[in-house]
Structure formats: structure tokens, C-alpha cells
Design a binder for this molecule. Structure first.
Ligand code: ADP
Length: 384
């Protein structure tokens, strides 16, 4: 499928930072792109050829956007899947496939998928609403502590709560949900895998994700993960099994927990470029974004190993700051060795909003981590 400097059209549902970084590749290769996002000032707007505003969950707006495209991809999972099936029937290639998205959009379906395919994951129960959880607790069928997750529309830890007592149930929303056993986590790992139509697969190194204990957002991503070779091989084998079962096209981020007893279990997957792969722009021979474009256009995949170790720091809005954004002290980090800031182009900041990230590369991973911690203490995302 030759897209280079032709009239062939690649569409992206969602115009956020992931879309913007996918567009670095389409710019490099002169691939015509169309982007749909509800917000007129989305990060992707300047980098695409044609920008449209519309609701990604609305059937009609997705159909109108997608008809006439050659290939359509996503940078966010919350899109109207019925419309994607219809577009697929109309000859548009949709990657990741609507059948994959349908499973991933709903945590209950996703967990059942793992169970059916013998993929290790934490024990879970599904519930249609809050009332049924309360009844289950009252009857002694569900006991504290457990993890509550909204079945759909959650992201970045919103829609996830650890429930330890009756009172905690008062703060969760009333919706279809799942509960999971609370896992004793030693570390959280992620493996990104790209797959294309002809079956070619490329696997990125296992990375480690460190979360902020309060916001539940990723604070640092460390590549390669500081784990034994045995666990690394096991993590890759498990991620490749998951990828093989989904048979996704495009990149798939496989998030897993390494438990205190050194077991590896799957937490969830994302069938798109992922926060745990941002550092591949600087660390890898082929960034996850370029790899995604290669996969969905059925082009030969690029090398996915590291050129150099790397650490990524997310830049999120400082608490209590709302309004036009200022990246305080960014000049101080620009002079540091191996440090590359990425600014997403969102004009307004608010607490914990993902506004950018910084990648730190260094031949010595411990040194990269040290610099990452300095970066984190120097730069501040505040409002004017
Ligand atoms: P989201 O889809 O919003 O990213 P996740 O399902 O990944 O939500 O959960 C967010 C975080 O909550 C995880 O990265 C992990 O730190 C914690 N978490 C999720 N599930 C469990 C679990 N079963 N046991 C312990 N911690 C969990």
C-alpha cells in the first residue's frame, strides 16, 4: 500500500499528543492525514493535512469522517465502534480492528478475554452497578480490600479505586464495573509489540513504570526495566502471547504486574502508542509512533531495540494551577546532557493534566535516572 506522496488518506480518531507524535512520521514521509477531535485547538491540529471537529463517540460524526479514507487508526480507545464496523464494511481498513477495540473498551470483556485465552490476570468479578457490589459485600461474597474499576471510559487511573472499607464505596460512581483482587505489586512493567498484516512482529524492550502514589499516573518510565534476565524473558513471552491472541494490527502496549512473589500477570493492554513508549523517540532505532504507522500501512517494521538506555518523566499540571500554561525553568533543563523535552501544545493547564514529557538518555541507566529526578525537581507546569 503505497502512501508516500500520494492521494491515499490516513485518518486518525483523536487529536491529542499521541496523534501529534504519530504525525511526526506522516510528515517525514509525506503521508496525507485527516484528524478528527472534539476540540478545535487539539495538539494534532497543526501537524495534519485536514482537521475536523466532531464527537468520537458519535456514530454519524465518525462515519462522515471515515468514509473515503483508505486507512483509519485511533489514538484513544473511546470511539464509536459500531461506526468502525460500518466503515470496515465500506472498505476502509481499520487498525486496530474494531473487534479488538470492542474488547479493550470494556474492562469486563477484556478480563473475560484473558480468562478464555489462559492469560494470567488478577481474579475478578463483574457487576452491573454499585448496588450489586454493596449487596455482594453484605452477603459476604466480596471482601475488603479489593480494586474497583469502571468498566468503560476510564483512563490514567481515573475510574480506579482501592476499596478497603464500606465508606470507600461512597466515593465511587454508580456504573457497570469490575472488582479485582488487590495484587501485591513489586513493579509495573510494559512491553510494546507491533504487528502487521503479513504477520511480522517486533517487540520493544521491557520497561518499568513508576506511578505517583497520589494521582495514580505514570511518573517515570525506565528502559530497560531493572529486572533479571529470567523475568525479562518471561515478560516478553507473555506479552507476545497476548499479542498473538488479539491478533491486533498496529502497536499494542501490554501492561503487566510483577508481583511480590515474582509472578507476572496482565493488567491491561492499549492497542495504540502508549505513554510507556514515548521514550522510544530518543532511545530506539524506530519510535513506537513510526512503528505504528509502519504496521497499519503494512510496511516493513523497523528495529525495536534500544540504541541507548532512557528514562521518561511525565510533565503534568501542578496542583492548584488552572489556566494558560507556563513551563517554568524549561531553559534550565534544556542545557542538561541527553535531555529532550516534548511539549504537547495544550494551551490550558490543570492539576495532573498531561502537558508534555521529558526523555533523558544516557549510556548509564542509573545516571539517566539521577538526571530524570533532577529534571522533575526543576521544571514546573504552572498557570500564568
Ligand atoms: P487505567 O486503565 O485507568 O490506566 P489501570 O487498570 O491500569 O487503570 O489501573 C491503574 C493503576 O492502579 C495500575 O497501574 C496499578 O498501579 C493500580 N492497580 C490496578 N489494578 C490493580 C490490582 N488488581 N491490584 C493492585 N493495584 C492495581
Amino acid at each position: 500500500m503505497n502512501f508516500f506522496s500520494t492521494n491515499k488518506k490516513l485518518g486518525i480518531l483523536g487529536g491529542g499528543q499521541l496523534g501529534k507524535m504519530i504525525l511526526y512520521t506522516t510528515r517525514k514521509w509525506d503521508i496525507q492525514t485527516h484528524v478528527l477531535d472534539p476540540k478545535i485547538d487539539s495538539p494534532s491540529k497543526l501537524a495534519c493535512d485536514y482537521f475536523f471537529t466532531g464527537d468520537l463517540m458519535n456514530y454519524k460524526s465518525v462515519i462522515n469522517f471515515g468514509l473515503g479514507l483508505d486507512v483509519l487508526t485511533i489514538e484513544i480507545e473511546n470511539v464509536n465502534v459500531k461506526a468502525l464496523y460500518e466503515l470496515e464494511r465500506n472498505g476502509v481498513k481499520i487498525y486496530p480492528q474494531p473487534s479488538v477495540l470492542e474488547i479493550i473498551q470494556n474492562k469486563s470483556k477484556q478480563k473475560h478475554f484473558y480468562k478464555k485465552n489462559n492469560i494470567p490476570t488478577s481474579n475478578f468479578k463483574t457487576f452491573p452497578n454499585l448496588e450489586t457490589i454493596k449487596n455482594s459485600v453484605a452477603k459476604g461474597n466480596l471482601s475488603y480490600p479489593f480494586v474497583w474499576k469502571a468498566a468503560s471510559m476510564g483512563y490514567d487511573g481515573y475510574g480506579v479505586s482501592i476499596i478497603r472499607k464500606n465508606k470507600d464505596l461512597e466515593f465511587i460512581i454508580d456504573c457497570e464495573c469490575i472488582t479485582e483482587d488487590l495484587v501485591s505489586i513489586k513493579s509495573e512493567l510494559s512491553v510494546i509489540i507491533a504487528r502487521r498484516e503479513n504477520g511480522e512482529v517486533k517487540t520493544y524492550p521491557v520497561v518499568e513504570m513508576e506511578f505517583d502514589s497520589i494521582s495514580n499516573q505514570v511518573e517515570y518510565v525506565i528502559s530497560p526495566a531493572r529486572i533479571s534476565n529470567k523475568i525479562r524473558l518471561k515478560a516478553i513471552e507473555l506479552a507476545e502471547k497476548v499479542s498473538e491472541k488479539f491478533k491486533h494490527i498496529g502497536v499494542l502496549a501490554v501492561e503487566m504486574f510483577l508481583t511480590e512473589t515474582d509472578e507476572l500477570i496482565i493488567n491491561e493492554v492499549a492497542p495504540r502508542p502508549h505513554n510507556s513508549g514515548h521514550l522510544t523517540i530518543e532511545s530506539s532505532y524506530t519510535s513506537q509512533f513510526e512503528q505504528h504507522v509502519r504496521s497499519i500501512l503494512n510496511l516493513p517494521l523497523g528495529r525495536s531495540d534500544n540504541k541507548i538506555p532512557a528514562v521518561m518523566v511525565n510533565l503534568v499540571g501542578k496542583k492548584e494551577n488552572f489556566g494558560p500554561v507556563v513551563y517554568k525553568n524549561i531553559d534550565q533543563i534544556l542545557v542538561m546532557e541527553g535531555v529532550t523535552p516534548h511539549i504537547y501544545g495544550k494551551k490550558q493547564t490543570h492539576p495532573n493534566r498531561k502537558m508534555g514529557h521529558v526523555t533523558i538518555v544516557n549510556k548509564n541507566l542509573n545516571q539517566a535516572l539521577k538526571i530524570a529526578k533532577e529534571v522533575k525537581s526543576i521544571i514546573e507546569v504552572i498557570s500564568e
